[in-house]
Every structure is written in structure tokens, then in C-alpha cells.
Design a protein around this ligand. Structure first.
Ligand SMILES: O=C(O)CCC(=O)C(=O)O
Ligand SMILES: [Fe+2]
Length: 342
């Protein structure tokens, strides 16, 4: 068993012939099913980006993380709003344990930055030549991909064109996050993970990975997948299920949905727990396509229609949230008291 691979190509083609429509429907259905079953899938973007580009980003990340500690600390989180900038190895904590990674976070720039306000500071960039320009180009590319995938997801939920436009208006000024992560090798006696088990909190994550197998692991509920991850420490929690490896596939990003999609679909789509175990040195670049800061996220009529047709999928309605409030609660407060991002 492995996660489905979905090629976004039909949504990139201008030609809206009947055959393109049919292929779009197929993509939309596959994404819908993947979100119901796993909350994770591989998105084949080989016809969307030149794959050299994310490779260059990885090289730039490697150059930055190889600098002396005092150089890296020049763009430390504490210079800014505690969320934008460089976090040292083990500075971030998940489930009470230090994550074995260092990283840089950038967020959507804001008007009138004020670093005394959580999340409202300015991005900090390494001085490594071309770093900023190349990462900003990737941000633009991934933001556009986010809108394309949102369109496909609207189709997968059977939205009317009006509903689809409403949904797109909630993400058309995405409060995105870009992250570069450096993972040193995790030793067997390490207490914790490279990145502990967590759900992403926003909308869509596009993770560009190096080719290391068995690094990213995804929790699947009650599916007997026979995957052998038995040498790893047991995850806390009582949910029944298994951890499966989401190994990198050339030409694909790993895509997963965050907690906002769980609210939009009233629980029909799952934001899935995942964790990272890097036994060797690695660099990863996740891009988080998020709703607009002021977007009010509430169950979508299209998802409620689907649930009404399936007697055992309905039940209690999820509470609405304003994305920015939710994010401040997760990131702003957590950083201030040193608990980490998740
Ligand atoms: O590095 C990875 O494989 C995943 C990172 C991740 O889950 C995150 O940054 O939210
Ligand atoms: Fe994650």
C-alpha cells in the first residue's frame, strides 16, 4: 500500500476539450478520495516546474545550514516576531520533546510590520547569494499551485461555480509559510524524533523532499499496511492505526491537508498526523499554502451535502474559526512560551 500519485497536468492545460474535462474530473475525484482516506497524496508537478529549481533551493539550504552557528544566529527568530527567522537545532519542541532539526521560516509579508506583535515582523533572509530571489520565486510558484489545487478540490466536492469562487476568495491572499529545514542524523538513542508527530494547521502543504526513504511517516487509521517501522519508538497516543512511509517520488511533492480543510469539510477530510525520522543528514523545503489571515473558515455547504447523503459521516458540525486567530493561538502563543510550532 502506498499513497496515491496524482498528476495535476489536466488542471494546467488551457484547452477545455471534453477529454480535458474528463481528465480533470478524474484528478478531482482522486484528490477527493485521497483526502477522505489519508489526508495525504503525491502531487506530480513535473509538468508544472523545472525540477532543477527545488534542487537549487536544497543546495542553498545546505549552504546556509553549513555556516558557523554565529552566522546563522544573525537571522534568529528573536530578532523579529519570534516566528520569522532561524531556529537552532532542537529549539522547536513537539509533544514535549525537542525536534532534531534547525530551520528558517518565512511568512507572507505584512503591511506595517511590527516585531513586537506575534507574526507581524519582517522576514529575515540569509546573505547566501541568490538565496532570497530563488526562494521568493518558489513562493510565487507554490502560491499559484495552491490556487490550482484548491480549484480541483472544489470540483472534487461537487461545488457550484459560485461556491468555488467563495472558497477561492478565502485563499486568494494566502497567509503562506515557507520553511527550509536542516536535519542532522537522528541517532538511535535520541529521545524523540527529527520532527515529532503533528498535524499541519492550515490548508495545503507541498513538501519537496530529498530522496531519503523512510524519513516521513504518515499515520493511517486502522489500515493493515504491513509496513515495517517496528524499530522506531512507539508514538504516544491510543489511536489504532499504523505508520506508513511516504517515501519521495521523483517529480512529485508530498501534499497533505491541514486542519482548516477538516473544518471546511466538517471532518470528511482528515488532517493526518505525520512525523519525521532522518537517520542521515537531510534538507527539506515545505511550503504551506494557507487561507487569508482574515478568512472565516466554516463547514462548506458542498461537504454538508455529501455528509447528508451518507448517513454515518455526519453528526456534529465543526465550529468556525478565523484563520489568523487560529494561527496566532498555535504559533504566536506557542513560541512565546517555548512550546514549539505544533
Ligand atoms: O520534513 C518533513 O519530511 C516534514 C516536515 C513537516 O511535517 C513540517 O514542517 O510540518
Ligand atoms: Fe508537517
Amino acid at each position: 500500500m502506498s499513497l496515491p500519485i496524482i498528476d495535476i497536468l489536466p488542471y494546467l492545460e488551457d484547452n477545455r476539450s471534453p477529454s480535458n474535462e474528463a481528465r480533470r474530473r478524474e484528478v478531482a475525484t482522486k484528490i477527493h478520495n485521497a483526502c477522505v482516506d489519508y489526508g495525504f497524496f503525491y502531487l506530480d508537478i513535473s509538468s508544472y516546474v523545472d525540477l532543477q529549481v527545488p534542487e537549487e533551493l536544497t543546495t542553498l539550504a545546505r549552504q546556509f545550514f553549513s555556516l558557523p552557528q554565529e552566522e546563522k544566529d544573525k537571522i534568529a527568530l528573536k530578532n523579529e516576531d519570534q516566528a520569522r527567522g532561524y531556529a537552532r537545532l532542537k529549539e522547536n519542541v513537539t509533544n514535549g520533546k525537542a525536534d532534531n532539526h534547525e530551520g528558517i521560516d518565512w511568512y507572507r509579508p505584512v503591511e506595517k510590520p511590527d516585531k513586537t506583535k506575534p507574526l507581524w515582523g519582517e522576514n529575515q533572509w540569509p546573505t547566501v547569494p541568490t538565496f532570497r530571489e530563488k526562494y521568493e520565486n518558489w513562493v510565487d510558484k507554490m502560491k499559484a499551485l495552491g490556487l490550482i489545487v484548491m480549484g480541483a478540490m472544489a470540483d472534487g466536492l461537487g461545488m457550484t461555480s459560485e461556491e468555488r469562487e467563495d472558497l477561492c476568495r478565502q485563499v486568494d491572499d494566502s497567509f503562506w509559510v515557507m520553511r527550509a529545514i536542516g536535519y542532522p542524523p537522528l541517532h538511535n538513542d535520541h529521545d524523540g524524533f527529527s520532527c515529532g508527530a503533528h498535524k499541519d494547521y492550515g490548508c495545503l502543504t507541498f513538501l519537496y523532499t530529498d530522496p531519503t526513504p523512510a524519513a516521513l511517516q504518515v499515520f493511517t487509521h486502522n489500515v493493515d499496511v504491513g509496513s515495517d517501522v517496528s524499530d522506531l519508538p512507539a508514538e504516544q497516543g491510543t489511536q489504532a492505526g499504523s505508520w506508513i512511509n511516504a517515501d519521495p517520488i521523483p517529480g512529485c511533492v508530498v501534499c497533505n491537508i491541514g486542519e482548516m480543510w477538516e473544518i471546511w469539510t466538517n471532518g470528511l477530510y482528515k488532517s493526518t498526523l505525520h512525523r519525521v525520522v532522518h537517520r542521515s543528514k537531510n534538507y527539506r523545503i515545505p511550503f504551506f499554502f494557507e487561507p487569508n489571515f482574515n478568512a472565516r473558515i466554516e463547514p462548506l455547504a458542498a461537504a454538508l451535502r455529501i455528509q447528508a447523503d451518507k448517513p454515518n459521516t455526519g453528526g456534529k458540525e465543526y465550529k468556525s474559526v478565523v484563520y489568523g486567530d487560529f494561527l496566532l493561538n498555535k504559533v504566536g502563543n506557542n513560541f512565546a512560551d517555548g512550546k514549539g510550532k505544533y
